[in-house]
Design a protein around this ligand. Structure first.
Ligand SMILES: NC(=O)c1ccc[n+]([C@@H]2O[C@H](COP(=O)([O-])OP(=O)(O)OC[C@H]3O[C@@H](n4cnc5c(N)ncnc54)[C@H](O)[C@@H]3O)[C@@H](O)[C@H]2O)c1
Length: 353
């Protein structure tokens, strides 16, 4: 399926998409990859600078909502991986229109083009465990669970998933949906929690931790995610959904403490700040369906975190310029007031209620 395939990757200049393109080009010497990316604030052209001269790789700047552009690319490929999305929950609370455009309409444009191009043999929709909504303690989402998205971001991704189901049922388009847990690893934009915390700590700035910091996420190293996507494209069943999670469930406060320890920075950098509105308390996925295909994660929580921290330590050139750009305005808007009224971590006092 992938050996000598022509592959369209959308959103390949973002975090997971760039890791995936590098993974594909390394694993499949005879594949060819077209990367369609709009280059939003979340992207970084430098993510793929190592393969810019590779004749197997082509970059096209553009929007997945542009049907004409998409049709032209779709005619040339066998497999599609749709990573392109607006992805930041906090931004979706400020403005959700762009999420609906890209995550719902953009997915629809891609699907509609793919169904008119029988050369497309697989369409992999890269979705998220957030579409299931929050999980009660001990529960893990199964693929057959009803969707209960609770943020505008999760709702827009669920809309994309619903489009995928409709195109499989109506036109028999060979679509597979994947729903991964929270990823960590190299090249994630610094406004997301883990890179924000790592780079803030390296700058001796406070780590704004939402609420009581007891929210649980199921951390997945990005390389494990890439291996899962590759396997699902090859061995997965069209029309099916596959959860991707490594069973690395940790509270945000434990994550913050662990990364401060790795960086040898004081815990007093942690600031408890006003919580995100509607913040899902806990996510966790059951990925036994994927494991039955032969996948197993290679990184536990600590190994994933160590590698991530090390990458940001070794690649200051990548993230330092972002602090000097428009990110500052976003940071001020999101955390300015929160930090001003934040509560510093007190090792004796536990977490605020
Ligand atoms: N990051 C996670 O923890 C996580 C977990 C599960 C699923 N996902 C999903 O994986 C995918 C990739 O996530 P990420 O964290 O790498 O995102 P990201 O925000 O780092 O990158 C998104 C990329 O999509 C591009 N893009 C945005 N709108 C576009 C459009 N209209 N047309 C073309 N390109 C566009 C951006 O320029 C950027 O390069 C998303 O679909 C996301 O929902 C992410």
């Amino acid at each position: 399926m992938l050996d000598d395939a022509r592959i369209l990757v959308t959103g390949g200049c973002g975090f997971i998409g760039s890791n995936f393109i590098l993974h594909l080009l390394e694993r499949y010497p005879d594949c060819r990859v077209v990367n369609l990316d709009k280059l939003t604030y979340a992207s970084n052209h430098a993510n793929l600078r190592d393969v810019e001269g590779d004749p197997r790789y082509r970059f096209v700047q553009g929007d997945i909502c542009d049907g004409e552009l998409v049709d032209g690319l779709m005619a040339e490929v066998d497999v599609v991986f749709n990573f392109a999305a607006e992805t930041h929950v906090d931004r979706s609370l400020m403005e959700a229109g762009s999420f609906i455009l890209t995550d719902v309409l953009g997915t629809h444009v891609l699907l509609d083009s793919a169904r008119r191009h029988p050369n497309v043999k697989r369409f992999v929709q890269v979705s998220t465990d957030e579409v299931y909504g929050e999980m009660s303690p001990g529960a893990r989402a199964k693929e057959s669970d009803p969707l209960h998205p609770r943020s505008p971001y999760a709702a827009s991704k669920a809309g994309g998933d619903a489009q995928c189901n409709a195109f499989f049922e109506t036109y028999g388009l060979p679509v597979i949906i994947t729903r991964a847990a929270n990823n960590i690893g190299p090249r994630q934009h610094i406004e997301k929690m883990v890179p924000l915390f790592v780079t803030s700590a390296m700058r001796d700035e406070p780590l704004p931790l939402y609420g009581d910091g007891r929210q649980v996420r199921d951390w997945l190293y990005v390389e494990d995610h890439c291996r899962a996507l590759e396997l699902i494209a090859r061995e997965g069943e069209p029309g099916e959904v596959y959860n991707i999670g490594a069973d690395n469930q940790e509270e945000n406060i434990r994550l913050a403490k662990a990364l401060l320890q790795l960086l040898e920075k004081p815990l007093s950098l942690i600031r408890f700040v006003e919580d995100r509105k509607g913040h899902d308390r806990r996510y966790a996925v059951d990925s036994s369906k994927l494991r039955a295909l032969g996948w197993a994660p290679q990184h536990d929580f600590l190994s994933a975190l160590e590698r991530t921290v090390q990458w940001y330590q070794e690649n200051r050139w990548w993230w330092e310029p972002i602090y000097a750009g428009p990110f500052r305005d976003y940071y001020q808007r999101q955390y300015g007031d929160r930090l001003a009224s934040g509560v510093p971590y007190d090792p004796e006092g536990g977490t605020p209620q």
